[in-house]
Design a protein around this ligand. Structure first.
Ligand code: NDP
Length: 318
C-alpha cells in the first residue's frame, strides 16, 4: 500500500523512508527543495526508491499544499517541523511552520478518505516541560503536557512549537474523527543518512569539535532506529493509540562527555561545565507504553558511538 512522509529530507524522515521502502510500501515523500541534490540524492539512492518512491514539493504554510501528497495514501507520517533553537523570529521560524504545517497536513488528510491512520512525530519536548522540577525521583509519562505559558516565559520556542502543534493536532483529529498516534522522542542519535547536519547530532559534534565547556543540561536520548520502529509499529499495530514517549534514558552532558571519553580516549573533550551551578538533575521517562508497542531501546553508549562513527564517515570532523 501507499504511505506519505512529510519532510522526507530530514534526519528522522530519511530513516523512515528507507525503512518503509524496505518493508515494501510505496512512499510519497514531501520535500521543500526537490532540486537540491543534498536534500534528495540520498533518498533517490535508497533500495526500492526507483520503483516505489515519489518526491513531491510542498509548503507547510500553504493550505491544501499536502492534498496531492496524501492523495491515495493509507498512512500519513507527519515529521516536517523546524528543529533548531537559535532564532530572532520564533513566530515565523518555528511556531508558524510547526502549528500551521500540522493543521495543513491534517486538513489534507480530512479531505482524503483513503487515509486510515496518521502518525505524528511529536517530541518529548511537548510532554516534560510544565514547570514541575525535573529530578531523579520524577517519572514523566504520556499524561504530562508541556505548558505553553511556561515555555513562553522561558523563551523555549522549539519546545513551545512542538507543544502547540501536537495539542492542535489532537483537537483537530478529535473533531474530524481522524485516527492519529503520536511518537514523542527525546534527542535522537544514531547514524545520519542525509549529508547535512541535523540539530540533535550537531549536539554531539559540538562536544567532539574542541568545545571548551559542556552545557549544564540534562537531555533524554534515544536511537533513531528505535524511533523508526516506533513509527512503523504505531502505524501497523491496529490497537496503537495516543502518545508514545521514546526515551532510552536521560543524561547530563557531563555524562555524555564521560561516555565519549571511554569510547574515544584520544579525543580532546570539554573538561568544564559552562556554569558553576549544580548540574541539572537527571529524571526518569516512562517506557511502559513504548515497550507495550514492542520497541526496544538501544543503550545510550551505542547511540553515541554510532553518531560519532557516522560524523567521522561523513567528514564532519577530522
Ligand atoms: P531535521 O532538521 O533533519 O528535519 C526537519 C524536517 O522538517 C526536514 O525535512 C525539514 O525540511 C522540515 N522543515 C523544517 N522547517 C521547515 C519549514 N519551515 N518548512 C518546511 N519544512 C521544514 O530534524 P529531525 O529529523 O530531527 O526532525 C524531524 C521531526 O522530528 C521534527 O518534527 C522534530 O521536531 C522531531 N523530533 C526530533 C528530535 C531529534 O532529536 N532529532 C526529537 C524529537 C522530535 P528540509 O530538509 O527541507 O530542511
Amino acid at each position: 500500500s501507499t504511505v506519505a512522509v512529510t519532510g522526507g529530507s530530514g534526519f528522522i524522515a530519511s530513516w523512515l523512508v528507507k525503512s518503509l521502502l524496505q518493508r515494501g510500501y510505496n512512499v510519497k515523500a514531501s520535500v521543500r527543495y526537490p532540486n537540491d541534490p543534498k536534500k534528495t540524492n540520498h533518498l533517490l539512492a535508497l533500495d526500492g526508491a526507483k520503483e516505489r518512491l515519489k518526491l513531491i514539493k510542498t509548503d507547510l504554510l500553504e493550505e491544501g499544499s499536502f492534498d496531492s501528497l496524501v492523495d491515495g495514501c493509507e498512512g500519513v507520517f507527519h515529521t516536517a517541523s523546524p528543529f533548531f533553537f537559535d532564532t530572532k523570529d520564533p513566530q515565523a521560524d518555528l511556531l508558524d511552520p510547526a502549528l500551521k504545517g500540522t493543521l495543513n497536513v491534517l486538513g489534507s488528510v480530512a479531505k482524503t478518505p483513503s487515509v486510515k491512520r496518521v502518525v505524528l512525530t511529536s517530541s518529548e519536548a511537548a510532554v516534560s516541560f510544565n514547570g514541575t522540577p525535573l529530578k531523579e525521583d520524577v517519572v514523566v509519562d504520556e499524561s504530562w503536557w508541556s505548558d505553553p505559558d511556561y515555555c513562553r516565559k522561558n523563551q523555549m520556542w522549539y519546545v513551545l512549537s512542538k507543544t502547540i502543534a501536537e495539542d492542535a493536532a489532537w483537537k483537530f483529529v478529535k473533531e474530524k474523527a481522524i485516527d492519529m498516534v503520536s511518537i514523542n522522542p527525546a534527542a535522537v542519535l544514531g547514524p545520519l543518512l542525509q549529508p547535512t547536519l541535523n540539530t540533535s547530532c550537531a549536539n554531539i559534534l559540538n562536544l567532539i569539535s574542541g568545545a571548551e565547556t559542556f552545557p549544564n543540561a540534562t537531555y533524554g536520548f534515544v536511537n533513531v532506529k528505535d524511533v523508526i520502529d516506533a513509527h512503523i509499529l504505531a502505524y501497523e499495530t491496529p490497537s496503537a493509540n495516543g502518545r508514545y514517549l521514546m526515551v532510552e534514558r536521560t543524561a547530563h552532558h557531563s555524562e555524555v562527555v564521560n561516555i565519549l571519553r571511554e569510547l574515544y580516549p584520544t579525543f580532546k573533550l570539554p573538561e568544564k561545565c559552562s556554569d558553576d551551578k549544580p548540574f541539572a538533575p537527571t529524571y526518569q521517562v516512562s517506557k511502559e507504553r513504548a515497550k507495550s508497542l514492542g520497541v526496544k531501546f538501544t543503550p545510550l553508549k551505542e547511540s553515541i558511538r554510532e553518531t560519532v562513527e557516522s560524523l567521522k564517515e561523513k567528514n564532519f570532523f577530522k
